[in-house]
Every structure is written in C-alpha cells, then in structure tokens.
Design a protein around this ligand. Structure first.
Ligand SMILES: [Zn+2]
Ligand SMILES: [Zn+2]
Length: 242
C-alpha cells in the first residue's frame, strides 16, 4: 500500500507546508484541501482513477479543493466512473452548494455520477470497492461534526483521525489498523482543539507497536526521538507499506 501526502500542515500552512491530506494507492483521498488539484497533478495521479474522497469535517483546509476537482471533470478530464464522496451527514448539500457558489453549473451533468454517502458513525459502510467505518472525534464539536475514518483498502487498514483532541475514540478507530494517520498540530505539549506530541506519546503507549503512526496537520517539526514506529508526514512524499 502506498500512502502519499499532498500536504502536511494545518490551516495556517505553517512553515510554508501545504494543507494536510493524503491519497492511498492513488485512488482513495482523505480530505481535499484548496491545493488538491495542483498537488494531484504534480504527483501524476490519474484523475480518472480517483474513486473515493473521505471528508473529515467542515473546516476549509479539509474540503475547499472539491470545486476545482469538479471543474476539472467538467472541462478537462473526462471521467465516466462514479465518484464516491463520504462525509458527515448532509455532505451532499454542503459540497454541491459550495461548489456551485465557486463555479455556477459545475455540478451539472458532466458524464459521471457523484455518489454522496452520509457517514453513519459506528456502522460498517461501503463506498465503491472499500468498506469503511466512521467514528466521531473531538474537534470543535459544538459547531460541527468531526469524523475519523477507518477504511479497508486492498487488504490493508488505514485509520485517520482528521482533526481532533486526544479522546478514547482514537483507540476504537485504530483497532486492527496497519496505519494510523493523526493530527499532531502542536510540536510541543498537547491540545486544545487538536493534538500535540505529548498526546502522540500517550497514543503510542496504548497501541500495539506494529501500528505505524503518521503525524500530520503539523505546526512545526515534532521531535519523535524515542518513539517507535512513528513517522512524520512531508508534502508530496509517499510512504510504502508491505
Ligand atoms: Zn485542519
Ligand atoms: Zn479542523
């Protein structure tokens, strides 16, 4: 399994890094930041082969790339296969309305279907070839839903917290996962609203050592010395898992 980061930073593009998101096996996207389209092109991803986009929550650094992807499919790259878009309940209205405000008519008929799937936390669901589960995380939850995902992709299990503070649900999310991609916004200390390196130390202690933890949504470079099987995301870098 190949896991490629498009970006690795938080909403402030700290240190000039790009907003965090990653793609698995060049087909399954986790979050869609404003720079989605240029980064997919820089990476040489075949845009026709993107099957599913998992959206964690309503913050702009996680979804604002969607209208540009639709624009690309409308005018430039012909696609016929369904595109699955998974997100918190109401994802269809949210994404289609936002996209139409950016480019009127971009959600018109372009020869493919956008299949929206409301995440139903705790239930096993299917999007195309992938089974997944969503779990509510702890991130600005008085304002919106924030979801983590666990997806079974080509025989591997990828878990992604999206943005969150440390919470017990992370362990539920990581159960049986090969890789856990986590919010590590703070290079020092822990919370609020997001996690920091001290939270990662707690998670590392509580998870089986074989689960690889990947830090993203960074604001500064965290020091991972002494932490086994913890790696740090980098813009446009691919990590391979056997
Ligand atoms: Zn964010
Ligand atoms: Zn957020």
């Amino acid at each position: 399994m190949d896991l490629t980061f498009l970006g690795s930073s938080n909403a402030f593009a700290a240190d000039g890094r790009y907003w965090s998101s990653f793609i698995v096996d060049n087909k399954y996207l986790f979050d869609a930041p404003p720079t989605l389209l240029p980064h997919l092109k820089q990476l040489g991803v075949n845009l026709r082969e993107i099957e599913t986009v998992f959206l964690s929550h309503h913050h702009g650094d996680h979804f604002m790339g969607m209208p540009f992807l639709f624009l690309e499919y409308f005018y430039v790259t012909e696609r016929k296969d369904d595109l699955y878009i998974v997100g918190p309940p109401g994802v269809k209205d949210w994404i289609e309305d936002f996209s139409e405000r950016c480019y009127p008519s971009v959600c018109g008929d372009a020869g493919y279907r956008r299949v929206y799937i409301d995440a139903s936390p705790g239930e096993e669901q299917i999007a195309g070839n992938v089974t997944f589960t969503s779990i509510p995380m702890s991130h600005d939850i008085d304002k919106m839903d924030a979801l983590g995902y666990r997806a079974n992709i080509n025989g591997k299990t990828v878990a992604y917290t999206g943005d969150t503070m440390l919470c017990d649900e992370i362990y539920e999310l990581a159960e049986g996962a090969d890789v856990l991609v986590v919010d590590c916004t703070y290079a020092e200390g822990s919370g609020p609203v997001h996690m920091g390196i001290d939270d990662i130390k707690v998670i590392r202690k509580n998870l089986p050592p074989e689960v690889t933890i990947v830090l993203t949504h960074l604001n500064g470079q965290p020091n991972t010395n002494g932490l086994e099987n913890v790696i740090t995301a980098q813009d446009l870098k691919t990590f391979h898992f056997d």
